[in-house]
Design a protein around this ligand. Structure first.
Ligand code: COA
Length: 423
């Protein structure tokens, strides 16, 4: 048994944010029916193509364990089919541009009329307000949510981060909203509307930076390197480079091989509780008693000297040796892992977080499996569907149409060309 067995998701999502959400729900056991425009499908199928003629990794890696139906709800027959799907399903998830679902004739009011138990979940760029009609992509959300202004170095421009906190991050937020609404429905019997705006999701992940904004009004942020360097603070939370956010000084330091390997670095935190062990490891035992170095406050103006000295030591070790030496001493360090190293990581493969999946058009490819592990809900990652692969199956098994009716529907243009399985 899977956690969401029996839950049917009408998946109107595309690109990254929405598909991330519905992929999680599929992994948790929901039957995810992805509705795609006939003959076209999710635009990512054909974006960043690496194997000509095959669905791209962009698409396959975000749409595992789903079924695909080609359906145009803008045709009369398509409207009829979608109405029946809304009746049958528990959750409708969408991340269209604002208003697109209404323009299809499926407003929230109409959906409630068809199925009062329906949960309608949406990703939008912004919540209600002056930007609510904007179309939004990942980096726009990172900028509007406070991530870009607080990422990067003090003397450089704002930076976007590689982690897709706007798209995938908001998908995660929405998934939590959906299971919460399903849980409430158990008691209320009613569906509800769930909205996850990308700006809000990014801001939620940048919570500590709003914390710092308010602390800044009371005085300088002493844990930021710029404080120790005597650089005055402005009015807003500054970019903190690679400082660690928790108040314990931390930096990224070079390791053995940095001259040729762009990822031969380690993160190193001089946590107060293990300062004496740090001094021993880097060969500076005298710093333990020296009042110039012995307390966290005394160290603040000397962080550049301290980290330069630690780096002299880390440069004599590989990032993994640094980890092996520091870990048993509880000195927090982290090797900077490249995507190549992660792809080859045996530990991540053993836990199913990196998995190899077979695909009929492209052969085997690597993907990130479910990052959440359950003791009583096995997750098996299966390949993404081909466009319209399950159109007839869904019309027949979920909605009860006969084969003759399916042929008739195909003739109406609502589902594009008759899907292979029904031919
Ligand atoms: N059959 C027929 N038409 C369909 C269809 C289907 N199965 N599925 C979608 N369409 C139509 C929509 O109805 C819409 O038509 P309309 O504008 O006439 O109403 C059209 O396709 C385009 O949809 P839209 O969502 O506007 O796509 P876009 O490519 O112009 O914009 C985004 C893409 C991502 C910017 C936009 O969808 C958006 O802002 N989404 C919300 C925020 C978000 O999730 N952003 C991150 C994405 S990772």
């Amino acid at each position: 048994m899977k956690a969401l067995d029996g839950i049917k998701i009408l998946d109107f999502t595309h690109v990254q944010s929405g598909p991330t959400c519905t992929q999680l729900l599929a992994w948790f056991g929901a039957d995810v029916i992805k509705v795609e425009r006939p003959g076209v499908g999710d635009a990512t199928r054909k974006q960043l193509v690496d194997v000509p003629g095959a669905d791209s990794l962009y698409f396959t890696m975000l749409n595992h364990n789903k079924r695909s139906i080609e359906l145009n709800p803008k045709t009369p027959k398509g409207k009829e089919i979608l109405t029946r799907l809304v009746k049958e399903c528990d959750v409708l998830v969408e991340n269209f541009a604002p208003g697109a679902l209404d323009r299809m004739g499926f407003s929230w009011e109409r959906i409630q009329e068809i199925n009062p138990r329906m949960i309608m979940a949406s990703v939008k760029g912004f919540g209600p307000g002056k930007y609510e009609d904007c179309k939004v992509y990942e980096n726009v959300a990172q900028c509007a949510g406070g991530s870009a202004s607080t990422t990067g170095f003090l003397d450089g421009p704002p930076l976007v981060t590689g982690a897709q906190i706007g798209d995938s991050g908001t998908g995660l937020h929405l998934a939590l909203g959906i299971v919460t609404a399903l849980f409430q429905r158990e008691r209320s019997g009613r569906g509800q509307k769930v909205l996850a705006p990308m700006q809000d999701g990014v801001l939620n992940l940048c919570r500590v930076k709003l914390r710092d904004q308010q602390r800044l009004e009371k005085g300088p942020l002493t844990e930021y390197s710029q404080y120790g360097e005597g650089i005055p603070f402005g009015e807003a939370t500054p970019r903190a480079g690679n400082d660690s956010g928790g108040g314990q000084p931390g930096r990224i330091l070079k390791c053995k091989g940095w001259e040729t390997d762009p990822n031969a670095y380690t993160y190193f935190i001089t946590q107060a509780a293990v300062w004496e062990k740090v001094c021993d490891v880097i060969g500076k035992p005298e710093w333990k008693e020296d009042p110039e170095f012995a307390t966290p406050k005394a160290r603040l103006p000397k962080l550049n000297l301290i980290f330069d000295t630690i780096e002299q030591w880390t440069m004599t070790k590989t990032k993994f040796e640094v980890m092996d030496i520091c870990n048993p001493l509880d000195i927090p360090v982290g090797p900077i892992l490249s995507m190549k190293e992660i792809a080859e990581d045996e530990g991540l493969r053993a836990t199913g977080t990196i998995v190899e999946v077979e695909h009929p058009e492209r052969g085997a490819y690597l993907t990130v499996g479910c990052p959440i592990k359950f003791s009583d809900c096995d997750v098996e990652v299966t390949r993404s569907p081909l466009l319209g692969e399950h159109t007839s199956e869904i019309l027949r098994d979920v909605l009860g149409y006969s084969d003759d009716e399916i042929h008739e529907i195909a003739g109406s243009g609502a589902i594009g060309e008759l899907p292979k399985a029904a031919e």
